[in-house]
Design a protein around this ligand. Structure first.
Ligand code: FAD
Length: 499
């Protein structure tokens, strides 16, 4: 538990301790004396709406979890998302403690026609998990992992973080694919795809989903499994948060040793072009057990050069041999690759102070890292003391490519790498010129990409989003028409209903 979350739960615990046993924590958390006044809010279409005090109070009283209104300390914490550039104020925040609370929140939002945001880990770069004037459904109290080692499955609650899941499954010598930062939400990552250090071996997170349970826009609890609502089971594996609030994910687990072989290696910027060419070839031919991110990095006051991050999760007797060509490819400036605990590696990219730096990113999927792409990256690279720059290929391919494009809603089965252009800056500078520069730089590389990862996208038109679902789009629209015809869940890579 990090410091922020600890403080939040400590506040709740202190308040709970002072309550008579029969008082609702939700009502108290909505302000001293409960809900004091009508609440001004925004509908999904952006119209203003007034929520009657009595109705809001009724919602708070019905919850086992919390209802947070502006002015409360816990509200300030809950409304935030990872990206500090996003500063939105929902009219109300519901923190469900169970499915019943999720149903109450969804029913209230639908009946009041509210704009709805669903937050799990809060990592959406564009801040899709928060909103101004609507209802945020903050799933932070729904965090648990139940491992069934015999059947090699894990049931993971819809508000869990990746680190929760890795920690609990690895205890049994079992894993499933998760992303590379442990405080990312299982909810957002999985529903949109889910790349990570094990995806080349075991497929994307969605490829390991055996079923999802969710509360749909009409307030129903629906099971999406291969034999129960199979269309929805198909759609939630890549269709994002379009179909409801996922309360539980059932994952397939795989046996894996705890110790992997990996770490970081850096080469001088003077070797950029040659090393990126090496990376393109080496990563494309790598065994599925080797995950290798690579690219260019410039950290103000820190390392600037070619950076690669490796995780070899196969038989440890082969590890040195698999990594050897990488070590021999150039003159490493540093090399931390060696035996490492998998769960520790999964935490190694965590952000200790997310409030300190603003972020911006552009990205696109790549089926081949061509010489032209490498030239565009190296020729356009410009360092600046005010910005951190990371042009990184996240390694894909392997098992991801062996699944048909229409087997799940995630269509981009050709992806060998996700090309990420990331930038960060100290929050006290004006990022506008840097963002402009990054956009122009990425525009020179974008022609070498094909489609994009909806989970990474910060800005895109509805037409681009529609097109990005590729051949699966029509089927997704049919599902959206069936499960969310009024587009209650619209803050996502939205599939606009046509019904
Ligand atoms: C630092 C960082 C590292 C990342 N690393 C990776 C990586 O290694 N691999 C990778 O694939 N992606 C990665 N991503 C992208 C990541 O997949 C997306 O940001 C994803 O949206 C994060 O999920 P979340 O639950 O934290 O986000 P949130 O912001 O909480 O949610 C994003 C959206 O997901 C939906 N959602 C979330 N939970 C639920 C739920 N339970 N039910 C219904 N809808 C829900 C909502 O529509 C919401 O708007 C990374 C992002 C960041 C910022």
């Amino acid at each position: 538990m990090n410091r922020r979350r600890f403080m939040q739960s400590a506040v709740s615990a202190a308040i709970a301790a002072s309550l008579p046993a029969n008082r609702s924590l939700g009502a108290i958390l909505s302000g001293s004396g409960g809900v004091n006044a009508d609440v001004n809010a925004i509908t999904g279409d952006g119209a203003e709406v007034t929520l009657q005090r009595a109705a809001v109070k009724e919602l708070g009283d019905a919850l086992r979890g919390n209802l947070l209104l502006p002015g409360h300390e816990a509200y300030e914490e809950a409304r935030r998302v990872l990206n500090p550039s996003i500063d939105r104020h929902p009219a109300l925040i519901v923190q469900p403690k169970g499915i019943a609370d999720v149903k109450d929140a969804v029913d209230f939002a639908r009946e009041s026609n509210l704009l709805v945001a669903v937050k799990c880990g809060g990592h959406s770069p564009s801040g899709k998990s928060t909103c101004d004037g609507g209802m945020m459904i903050d799933l932070s109290l729904l965090r648990s992992t139940r491992v069934d080692p015999g059947r090699r499955i894990a049931n993971v609650s819809g508000g869990s973080w990746l680190g929760d899941m890795d920690h609990d499954t690895m205890k049994f010598g079992l894993v499933t694919t998760a992303g590379t930062v442990s405080h990312t939400g299982v909810g957002g990552l999985t529903l949109g795809g889910g790349f990570g250090r094990l995806a080349r071996r075991f497929g994307l997170a969605v490829d390991n989903v055996l079923g999802v349970e969710l509360v749909t826009a009409d307030g129903r609890f629906v099971r999406a499994y291969p034999d129960e609502n199979p269309d929805l089971y198909w759609g939630v594996r890549g269709g994002g948060g379009n179909f409801g609030v996922a309360t539980n994910f059932k994952f397939r687990l795989h046996p894996m040793q705890r110790e992997v072989f990996g770490g970081d290696i850096g080469f001088p910027m003077s070797e950029a072009r040659r090393m990126l060419r090496f990376y393109a070839e080496f990563s494309t031919q790598a065994p599925d057990e080797l995950y290798l991110d690579g690219g260019l990095v410039s950290i103000p006051g820190g390392f600037s050069g070619v950076y690669m991050h490796a995780c070899y999760s196969g038989d440890k007797r082969n590890a040195e041999k698999v990594i050897a060509p990488l070590r021999a490819a150039g003159t490493p400036l540093f090399d931390t690759i060696g035996p490492m605990d998998y769960v520790a590696m999964q935490r190694s990219g965590d952000i200790s102070d997310p409030r300190a730096r603003g972020t911006y990113m552009k990205s696109g999927f790549t089926a081949e890292i061509s010489s032209g792409m490498i030239d565009a990256i190296v020729d356009g690279w410009q360092e600046h003391p005010d910005r951190g720059m990371y042009v990184i290929w996240q390694h894909a391919g392997g098992a991801i490519n062996r699944i048909a494009a229409d087997a799940t809603a995630f269509a981009h089965r050709y992806v060998t790498h996700d090309t990420l252009f990331l930038m960060d800056w100290a929050v006290d500078i004006d990022p506008a010129p840097h963002i402009k520069w990054l956009r122009e730089y990425f525009a020179t590389v974008e022609p070498f990409t094909s489609g994009f990862y909806t989970n990474d996208v910060m800005e895109s038109s509805q037409t681009m989003v529609n097109r990005n679902y590729q051949g699966n789009y029509e089927r997704l629209v049919e599902l959206k028409n069936r499960y969310d015809p009024t587009n209650l869940f619209r803050l996502n890579a939205n599939i606009t209903p046509t019904a």
